[in-house]
Design a protein around this ligand. Structure first.
Ligand SMILES: [Zn+2]
Length: 255
């Protein structure tokens, strides 16, 4: 090849590198770690230090007991339209038959956590039974997603010293609970969540109820208009400079 050909090759390579750096900067990377940008307005650049402006109100939506194909898919559509990322604590048995939905969550930047395999109380289990619930779910999600960095939310928030010792990851609880399973009343849930919303809060909902999906999306719209940014649990704590530790419990990230 003549000199001109080599120059052309060099030019193409430089162009490719430039394009790659632009794509990376734009957050269009695939795979894990999941997109750091929790919200359209949260222009985080690294996992350690999302560039959240001082005084910015942050809040995390979390959903337990899914995935359920019909409701979870509609929720993911609504969150995508609004540029919002949430955290999903999944039931292992339901992951089995909804692997594509779980992959979609991961690819769209949502955070994923464990909520046992069969939705059982973790207290008073022996180690074998604990592993059959938590480690089995962890192994399944690792197999589906190719990474292994899942938070734990124990069903009913029930914990004891063994659960903390065996969790193998941070334990995430919540600060706002509309008890959406009780009456499945969208209007009541929205009112309660919006009235209790505060900077650093973690909202507990269930993406297996159509009414909760409606409520969650209305909450996003109302709190967006109040200046809140929605982020995943990891992003919420990272933004507050709190390093989550294995076996420790977290209810909120109030400033
Ligand atoms: Zn649950």
């Amino acid at each position: 090849m003549n000199k001109f050909g080599r120059q052309q090759k060099g030019y193409v390579l430089a162009l490719a590198l430039l394009l790659l750096s632009v794509l990376t900067a734009a957050g269009l990377r695939t795979g894990h770690p999941a997109a750091v940008e929790a919200d359209a307005g949260l222009a985080g650049d690294t996992e350690e230090s999302p560039s959240v402006q001082a005084g910015q109100k942050l809040i995390a939506l979390t959903f337990d007991d899914g995935p359920r194909r019909s409701t979870t898919t509609r929720l993911l559509d609504g969150l995508a339209e609004r540029g919002v990322n949430a955290t999903f604590f999944l039931i292992g048995a339901q992951v089995e038959e909804n692997q594509d939905v779980v992959r979609r969550m991961d690819e769209e930047g949502h955070q994923i956590g464990l909520h046992t395999y069969d939705h059982v109380r973790l207290t008073d289990l022996n180690r074998t039974d604990f592993n059959a619930q938590v480690e089995k779910s962890r192994a399944l999600l690792k197999q589906v997603l190719g990474h292994n960095d899942f938070l734990l939310r124990p069903p009913y928030g029930m914990l004891d010293e063994s659960v903390k010792a065996w969790a193998g990851c941070p334990i995430i609880l919540w600060s706002i609970d509309p008890e959406d399973w009780k009456d499945m009343n969208t209007e009541r849930e929205v009112k309660l969540i919006v009235s209790e919303a505060q900077d650093g809060a973690i909202i507990l909902m269930h993406d297996i109820f159509p009414e909760s999906v409606d409520a969650a999306l209305q909450v996003v719209d109302q709190l967006h208009s109040q200046g809140y940014l929605f982020c995943t649990v990891d992003e919420l704590f990272a933004a507050r400079g709190i390093a989550l530790e294995s076996g420790e419990m977290y209810w909120n990230a109030y400033p």
